[in-house]
Write a protein that binds this ligand. Structure first.
Ligand code: SAM
Length: 323
């Protein structure tokens, strides 16, 4: 089976055109290593490796299964020294990329979240209809709690906070209460059982319409929580600011507003010089702008892409230059 069969990388054309612009602007001097922080099925890296014969890519994925498959499928690129696969968290990239390689990195991409193949693979617990598992950890060998542990062991208030703060779930409190009541009878063992509890809460509130499966936000909140997704994005951005060489670019693709807000705020704060409070007339902070947004607005999917891949509807590509 082709590893990439049916895989549609999000905002690929928009990414490739900006990558070409980066190469054009930086010229020969920078032509060496690119980093793919979220390799997945290689949907963004593969077209680059095919088009730019000089390019070397260091690619991360936190999922050991994804990396094991990539080692097989992309073994020619690996053995030619053009693709280095790393099973690790992108939040730790500063300790995983050798300093000598880091100096030659002229850009990177981070396409956050999980891939469709992870989403639909039964036994991983990511999808509403998974009736086998409720794990949800990208790396099932990691020490953090699985989604099943969270819903069966965390307190009602903690659960409500997770649903509300990580995914803006309007019925967070009612869902947390329903979870606690249900687990008194028997543990919640699969994602499909959890999704059914959430749907029952929504059915009691018929005036609230969502336009998508009622369980969408609560399920997403759990995934974000068990994988520390927002903290990882924040660490990646901070560490990129400290480690990326001047004029290198970071492309980020986000899928929902809370994720995008982290990147947007980072650009807003780090592109400012002085960050003193308004009432301070003469600057005392000596803060210097460290980044610049390459595009004024994020790139979004075309109508044609949305028709082929509805998941791209909410995707945003931002391009950050380190200055
Ligand atoms: C949306 S997919 C990327 C898809 C890829 N761009 C493609 O088109 O094939 C995100 C990938 O990032 C990985 N991932 C998520 N969080 C990660 C983290 N903190 N560190 C490394 N990889 C991570 C997931 O396992 C998943 O394979």
């Amino acid at each position: 089976m082709n590893f990439n069969e049916g895989h549609v990388p999000v905002l690929l054309n928009e990414f490739l055109s900006r990558f070409a612009l980066l190469i054009e602007r930086r010229g020969e001097a920078c032509r060496d290593r690119f980093v793919d922080f979220t390799f997945g099925l290689g949907g963004h890296s593969l077209p680059l490796l095919e088009k730019y014969g000089w390019l070397k890519i260091t690619a991360f994925d936190a999922d050991p299964l994804t990396i094991a498959r990539a080692e097989q499928v992309y073994k020619d690129y690996v053995s030619a020294g053009r693709l280095t696969l790393v099973n690790g968290n992108f939040a730790d990239f500063d300790s995983l990329i050798p300093a000598a390689d880091m100096k030659n990195v002229f850009g990177a991409i981070a396409d956050f979240g999980i891939s469709n193949s992870q989403l639909f693979e039964k036994g991983r617990g990511f999808s509403f209809d998974d009736d086998r598992s409720f794990d949800m950890r990208i790396n099932q060998r990691s020490e953090g709690p699985s989604a099943a542990t969270v819903v069966n062991e965390f307190g009602e208030e903690e659960l409500s906070d997770i649903f509300f703060h990580l995914a803006d779930e309007r019925l967070a409190r009612q869902i947390a209460r329903a979870v606690v009541e249900r687990r008194r009878e028997r543990p919640i063992q699969t994602c499909s059982q959890f999704a059914e509890i959430v749907r029952t809460v929504y059915k009691r509130n018929p005036k609230i319409k969502t336009g998508v499966d009622f369980a969408t936000k609560a399920v997403m909140a759990l995934r974000i929580f068990v994988n520390s997704e927002f903290d990882n994005i924040k660490s990646l951005l901070e560490k990129a600011s400290a480690n990326f060489v001047k004029n290198s670019w970071l492309f980020t693709i986000t899928f929902h507003s809370n994720e995008d807000r982290i990147v947007k705020e980072f650009i807003k704060n780090e592109s400012r010089g002085c960050v003193c409070p308004k009432e301070v007339i003469i600057c005392r902070c000596s803060h210097k702008a460290g980044v610049r947004a390459v595009d004024r607005k994020p790139a979004v999917a075309s109508a044609a892409e949305m028709a082929v891949n509805p998941r791209s509807r909410s995707a945003k590509l931002r391009t950050i230059e380190f200055i």
